[in-house]
Design a protein. Structure first.
Length: 131
């Protein structure tokens, strides 16, 4: 099945069989690239921004952990919020990169446009007050 690879870590096995292809093995699922619309990017950015506000709120509420030690619950709550923000921010960055490539636009320009639009108020279906 394999042989020990002298250039790898101890016990590392090097494959000695041919790589799977359509001819000699099962068809591997293809990874489909997800197309994003500009509106989806804006929604992703708004979600990341809201998660960041939550992290900042928790930090302000709990105070600096070096000054006032946090309880285990506070630490877990903060870390969960921070991970959610980090994951959402990472997802929006990847989506912006994909969108910029698909559209043939500079990534920095797309990111700036998304952030600008995300900061503007969301349109609502309700008429403005007094209308």
């Amino acid at each position: 099945m394999g042989s020990v690879c002298p250039s790898g870590p101890p016990g590392y096995l090097r494959a000695t069989h041919a790589p799977l292809t359509a001819r000699n093995g099962p068809r591997l699922p293809s990874i489909r690239k997800v197309a994003h619309t500009f509106e989806e990017l804006v929604q992703k950015q708004r979600a990341a921004d809201e998660a960041h506000v939550r992290v900042l709120h928790l930090r302000d509420t709990y105070g600096a952990p070096t000054v006032t030690p946090w309880s285990e619950t506070q630490t877990d709550t903060y870390e969960t919020a921070w991970r959610a923000w980090r994951d959402l921010a990472r997802d929006v960055q990847a989506a912006v990169t994909d969108y910029a490539k698909e559209q043939g636009k500079p990534r920095n320009d797309v990111e700036a446009d998304v952030k600008r639009e995300a900061k503007s108020p969301e349109p609502t279906d309700e008429p403005p007050p007094g209308a």
